[in-house]
Design a protein around this ligand. Structure first.
Ligand SMILES: O=C(O)CCC(=O)C(=O)O
Length: 274
């Protein structure tokens, strides 16, 4: 659960990470925008500049310390990140020594307009990131997307092609698109790519301007929901068994059957960086 009190949010997230670690978690995933409210008015106010060092900004310093002390890998949900005059929606990943090992800036901004239901325009305040993110951790190779990034299947296909075992999407879907799309998209990304998908949403705050759908979930490589929750605050702990990925890829050898002679996805980012 996120409140307007940033200091409280940081302490609260820390307590939740400790609780998850006590329950045996080796990998901890936080929600999208967990240090303040999800709104264009709030992003600039709660934003942190991590350019001078992640240990100097309060949210990332806490994540780094928690990862190091508890010996867990942390996919740090996201916070608004300030870089010069730009703001990004950024996920920081920490290894078990507290090192920042990846930083994913949301690459698809959430600009939607469903009249009478929900209108939101992240591009009013945020800038889109320019790089897909795959990171090697103690608990596998992990692709990162943030919320709206989950709608773009090419990103997940690319992560699978780069050998990701798991894709983590911190996200805050809403009560209009959430009921129809949130689980569907997670299961689609997992089923198509035969890998694990883990999501983490903030809890719903009935008093907030933005009503999060909640329903943090873990989906397996056969598209099966392994663990989930409702919209209240919760910690879900579940087992990831990568041998299941191998099993499903043997059962359905999609990778071998793909018709690369008829269609192909080009990894433009990799092509350009060569
Ligand atoms: O795609 C959606 O419906 C919700 C996306 C969203 O809430 C976000 O990107 O923050």
């Amino acid at each position: 659960a996120v409140t307007p009190d940033k200091e409280r949010n940081i302490l609260h997230a820390r307590t939740a990470i400790e609780e998850a670690a006590e329950k045996g978690a080796k990998l901890v995933v936080l929600p999208e925008i967990w240090n303040g409210p999800y709104s264009n008015d709030s992003f600039p106010v709660y934003a942190e500049d991590i350019g001078a060092g992640f240990d100097k900004s309060p949210s990332t310093a806490m994540l780094s310390e928690a990862a190091r002390l508890l010996k867990v890998t942390i996919i740090g949900g996201s916070i608004a990140e300030r870089d010069g005059d730009k703001l990004y929606n950024t996920c920081c990943v920490f290894d078990t020594d507290g090192n920042l090992i990846a930083k994913h800036r949301k690459i698809h901004l959430f600009d939607i307009d469903i009249p009478g239901k929900i209108s939101f325009k992240e591009s009013k305040t945020l800038t889109a990131g320019e790089s897909p993110t795959v990171v090697d951790t103690e608990v596998g190779r992990i692709g990162i997307g943030i919320c709206y990034d989950i709608r773009f299947q090419e990103l997940a296909i690319l992560y699978a092609a780069r050998g990701a075992h798991l894709i983590c999407y911190p996200g805050a879907f809403n009560t209009t698109t959430g009921p129809l799309h949130w689980e569907l998209l997670q299961r689609a990304r997992a089923t198509d790519n035969q890998l694990y998908v883990a999501t983490c949403s903030p809890a719903r705050d009935p008093g907030a301007g933005y009503q999060a759908w909640g329903h943090s979930t873990l989906v397996g490589p056969f598209g099966e929901v392994l663990a989930t929750t409702e919209h209240e605050e919760a910690i879900i702990v579940a087992e990831i068994d990568y041998s299941q990925t191998e099993l499903r890829r043997t059962n359905l050898p999609l990778e071998k059957q793909r018709r690369g002679d008829l269609y192909q996805l080009v990894d433009v980012h990799r092509l350009n960086s060569k």
